[in-house]
Write a protein that binds this ligand. Structure first.
Ligand code: ADP
Length: 161
């Protein structure tokens, strides 16, 4: 299976958990596009541009990874660019229900697009952007959980607020 896959998410901000999925996905597919959700209900700490810039910087060493912003439906975008797969990461049972629903709905909308799941690596299974933001807000060190340049960006952003 070597072709173009999309890895969609909020990435607010990108974590070592996302990086694990991106790195492994980049080995599985010819091309991997990280798709950053822009029009989402949830309020994000970082703008779509900031989130994309952080992912671009963190994936600069991966030649077959690119980053784009999503405004409409993922399956429409997948069809437009000819991507045949959607990559998602699974951490715990708690991720399963939502992912199961999303994969099922995407299949209804576009049967030809497969959702592919990668189980999170042991070392990153407890990481989430939400927890990392909470730790950073309380002055905790998030250095080990995010790409190198993300920790200072978080501190700066939280200071702005
Ligand atoms: P969303 O808001 O769509 O859940 P996220 O940015 O939280 O977006 O995550 C994008 C994808 O990455 C999801 O499939 C999520 O399950 C996966 N993911 C997030 N954190 C981890 C992690 N620590 N290990 C593995 N997969 C992860």
């Amino acid at each position: 299976m070597k072709r173009h896959a999309l890895y969609p998410g909020t990435f607010d901000p990108v974590t070592m958990g996302h990086m694990d999925i991106i790195t492994r996905g980049a080995n599985m597919f010819d091309r991997l596009t990280v798709v950053v959700a822009a029009n989402i209900e949830k309020r994000t700490l970082f703008s779509a541009e900031e989130r994309m810039a952080m992912i671009r910087k963190s994936t600069a060493h991966l030649s077959n990874v690119d980053v784009c912003q999503l405004n409409g439906l993922l399956v429409h975008y997948a069809r437009k660019v000819g991507a045949g797969a959607v990559l998602r990461g699974l951490r715990a049972v708690s991720d399963f229900e939502y992912e199961f629903q999303m994969a099922g709905m995407n299949r209804k909308l576009a049967e030809e697009i497969e959702t592919v799941f990668l189980m999170s690596a042991e070392a990153t299974t407890f990481l989430s952007s939400r927890l990392i933001k909470e730790i950073a807000k309380e002055g905790g060190d998030v250095g080990p959980f995010v790409p190198k340049h993300v920790a200072p960006a978080l501190v700066n952003k939280l200071c702005e607020g």
